[in-house]
Design a protein around this ligand. Structure first.
Ligand code: CA2
Length: 145
C-alpha cells in the first residue's frame, strides 16, 4: 500500500512564522512524523509540496493506479480551487483533507472548502497530529473495506 502526503502553498515554510496558528515544528518534522506513522503501518510513503495549483493537479493525475490514498493539505487552494477536487474525483483515490489550524474558527473566507465534498474525511485544528490521524484513518478505510 502506498500513500501520498501532499501539501499546498507555503507549507514548506512551516515553523518560520505564525507559530501560534500553525505550530513551531517545521516541514521536515511534519514529513518525519508521517514517515514514522506510515512505517509503523507498513505503508510506503511519498511526499509532494508545491506552491502551484496546476502542479498539484498534475501530481494528483500522476497518482492514478500508483497511489492508494492521499493525505492532502491544499493550504490556501482549499478555499479557491475547483481544479484540485475535480482531479481527486477524476482519479477516484480516497483522500483525507487535513488542516493544521481550525479553519472554521478563523476568517469567514477560510470556512468554505472546495475539497471537503470529495474527501472521505476532513481533520482540522489538530496541528501535526492531524496528519497522523489522517494516515491512520486512510489505512483503516482501505484495509477494512
Ligand atoms: O490550517 C491549515 O493547514 C491551512 O491549510 C494552512 C494554509 C491556510 O491558507 C489555510 O486556510 C489553512 C496556509 C499555510 C501557510 O503556511 C505557513 C507557513 C509558514 C508560515 C506561516 C504559514
Amino acid at each position: 500500500m502506498k500513500f501520498l502526503i501532499m501539501n499546498g502553498p507555503n507549507l514548506n515554510l512551516l515553523g518560520l512564522r505564525e507559530p501560534e496558528i500553525y505550530g513551531k515544528q517545521d516541514y521536515n518534522a511534519l514529513l518525519s512524523l508521517c514517515q514514522k506513522v506510515c512505517g509503523e503501518l507498513g505503508v510506503e510513503m511519498e511526499s509532494y509540496q508545491s506552491n502551484h495549483e496546476g502542479a498539484l493537479v498534475d501530481k494528483i493525475q500522476d497518482c492514478y493506479q500508483k497511489i492508494d490514498g492521499i493525505v492532502l493539505n491544499p493550504a490556501a487552494y482549499t478555499h479557491t480551487s475547483v481544479a484540485i477536487p475535480d482531479a481527486l474525483k477524476a482519479v477516484s483515490i480516497p483522500c483525507v483533507e487535513v488542516h493544521l489550524s481550525d479553519i472554521n474558527a478563523r476568517e469567514e473566507f477560510r470556512k468554505h472548502s472546495f475539497v471537503s465534498p470529495v474527501a472521505i474525511k476532513t481533520i482540522c485544528g489538530k496541528g501535526l497530529a492531524g496528519y497522523e490521524e489522517a494516515i491512520r484513518y486512510l489505512y483503516r478505510y482501505l484495509t477494512e473495506k
